[in-house]
Design a protein around this ligand. Structure first.
Ligand code: SAM
Length: 291
């Protein structure tokens, strides 16, 4: 079965980015190319799109998709935290728009061998960049109880972090934790699933993913460097999916002297979008303009 990622807040993002024929755009999280496809259509053959993603598997899909629209794009397999270095390496000119749609894609979540989902049995991996050195298994099977509890608390905002860390360490005394569902099973024993509530493993999986991929540090570095790639009047749009990310974006857009906020109130998905795409529930869009 082919898995498609439905782009979130697509119309709102494109509208706020003020794209025109001929615009130069950097999509820092191309994924399967959902946002990029529409961007290419809006900027026409005289525009140019630079698309970054740290997941080489996603870029292969994006390349196929974008090639059916035009050839005026370059895909770059790298981390957006290195946007300044990428600009130099690829000679990116001052941009009209930058977009980052954070987190993981539906493709990553639904492929069991990527190890992101507690709903599907897979290895404890969770690397967005399949060549990165640290896997979820290294952390879950190798870190001390205290470090595990701190990670689960800090990046998952999980109140039962200490109990979960203790259960993990107890379990692995007998057997290495090999799979996503095995880890979810350990958490489920502590924390019963109540109908309508989020699954008990949700926050722990989020925490491990954020930690392994260095998501918050990457985002901080990106927010510090990205405004320098915009031309005056150019816009940056960031879509985040949890409060830890959104707090960084909000603070950065508010305090960065190179930027003027376009929306002080965060933009959320409409009821209709949420009904057709559950991922949109938690999405928050913030947009700022280079002064
Ligand atoms: C939500 S998906 C993007 C989906 C895309 N906008 C679309 O509509 O198809 C996020 C993507 O960002 C990538 N990503 C996340 N953090 C990254 C980072 N620090 N550097 C580069 N890519 C990153 C992930 O690998 C994933 O493919």
């Amino acid at each position: 079965m082919e898995i498609f990622h439905i782009p979130v807040l697509l119309n709102e993002t494109l509208q706020y980015l003020n794209l025109n024929e001929g615009s130069i755009v950097i999509d820092c999280t191309v994924g399967e190319g959902g946002h990029s496809e529409e961007i290419l259509k809006r900027i026409g053959p005289s525009g140019f799109l630079f698309g970054i993603d740290q997941d080489s598997e996603a870029l292969l899909k994006a390349k196929k998709r974008l090639s059916s629209i035009g050839s005026n794009f370059t895909l770059i397999n790298d981390n957006f935290s290195r946007i300044s270095e990428i600009r130099k390496q690829f000679g990116i000119p001052p941009a009209d728009a930058i977009v980052a749609d954070l987190g993981i894609s539906s493709l990553q979540l639904h492929l069991p061998y990527r190890g992101f989902s507690f709903m599907k049995e897979g290895p404890l991996d969770m690397r967005m960049n399949p060549n990165a050195p640290l896997t979820a298994s290294d952390v879950v099977n190798g870190y001390s109880e205290k470090d595990l509890a701190d990670i689960i608390y800090t990046f998952g905002e999980e109140r039962r972090s200490r109990q979960i860390a203790k259960a993990i360490v107890l379990y692995r005394k007998n057997k290495k934790i090999e799979t996503t569902t095995e880890l979810a099973g350990i958490i489920e024993k502590i924390y019963r699933y109540k109908r309508g509530a989020i699954h008990p493993a949700t926050k722990t999986f989020q925490a491990l993913r954020i930690f392994i991929n260095g998501e918050l540090n990457n985002l901080k570095r990106f927010l510090g460097d990205a405004p320098d790639l915009l031309k005056a009047g150019g816009r940056i749009a960031v879509i985040s999916y949890h409060s830890l990310e959104d707090r960084l974006v909000k603070e950065s857009f508010k305090t960065d002297e190179r930027l003027k906020r376009i929306n002080k109130k965060v933009i959320r998905a409409t009821h209709e979008e949420i009904l057709s795409n559950r991922r949109a529930r938690s999405a928050k869009l913030r947009v700022a303009e280079r002064t």
